[in-house]
Design a binder for this molecule. Structure first.
Ligand code: G3P
Length: 218
């Protein structure tokens, strides 16, 4: 399973990269705005900065909602760097754009996916990745992990090549469960990635080893 970080914060991306476990990055307009980036040139430069930190797929999202606007933006984004994957929302125009870009050899990530039906359409259109939003589904009192299970099964049965990229990850359990369910990728905030490190028995055990090592005059 690939590990992506879900942020546009360069320090957090560097921190995850330094761990040696990072395979890629996902961003969205909300995450970019959170970094205080303003203006088209600054946005494009920020994507290049991210691509220069991580040698893997970097999802950059289009803002347009119409087909023509989406593909024009996608051309600009894809030409920035080989790592760029164009993120397209799950809409009628979005599906058309994914088909068009897929036929042109431009990689896409179909975002804002909340149902198996939407995931089937994304795969049929040739999306490289499909992004079901687990946390936001959980927020509506429905288990988002069930959707990951359903999409993974459907893609396996039918041999769809689209990768299941579990998004809207809120905690370490989401990551572990996605691994069990066979998601191809999880994209997580840094806190959830770092949360995987922690176990109280590790801390207790390490403290004891350090204490005992002192008895040997080390
Ligand atoms: O990047 C898309 C997705 O991961 C957003 O997550 O936490 O805003 O629901 P969240």
């Amino acid at each position: 399973m690939k590990f992506f970080i879900d942020t546009a914060n360069l320090d957090q991306i560097r921190e995850a990269q330094a761990l040696g476990i990072l395979d890629g990055v996902t961003t969205n307009p909300s995450l970019m705005a959170k970094e205080g980036i303003k203006g088209k040139d600054a946005i494009l430069k920020h994507y290049i900065d991210i691509c220069n930190i991580v040698d893997g797929p970097v999802s950059a999202e289009v803002i347009s909602t119409e087909f023509e606007g989406m593909i024009a933006e996608a051309d600009v984004l894809a030409s920035l760097h080989d790592n760029i994957v164009v993120k397209i929302p799950m809409t009628k125009d979005g599906i058309k754009a994914i088909r068009y870009l897929s036929d042109k050899g431009i990689r896409t990530n179909c975002t804002l996916v909340f149902s198996a039906g939407q995931a089937i359409l994304a795969a049929k259109a040739g999306a490289t990745y499909v992004s079901p939003f687990i946390g936001r589904i959980d927020d509506s009192s429905v288990d988002g992990l069930d959707l990951i299970d359903q999409i993974v099964s459907i893609y396996q049965i039918h041999g769809f090549e689209t990768k299941v990229l579990a998004a809207s990850i809120r905690n370490t359990l989401h990551i572990v469960k996605c691994a069990e369910l066979g998601a191809d990728v999880v994209t997580s905030p840094l806190a959830s990635i770092l949360g995987l490190l922690y176990h109280p028995l590790t801390d207790i055990g390490l403290a004891k080893f350090i204490e005992d090592s002192k008895k040997m005059g080390l």
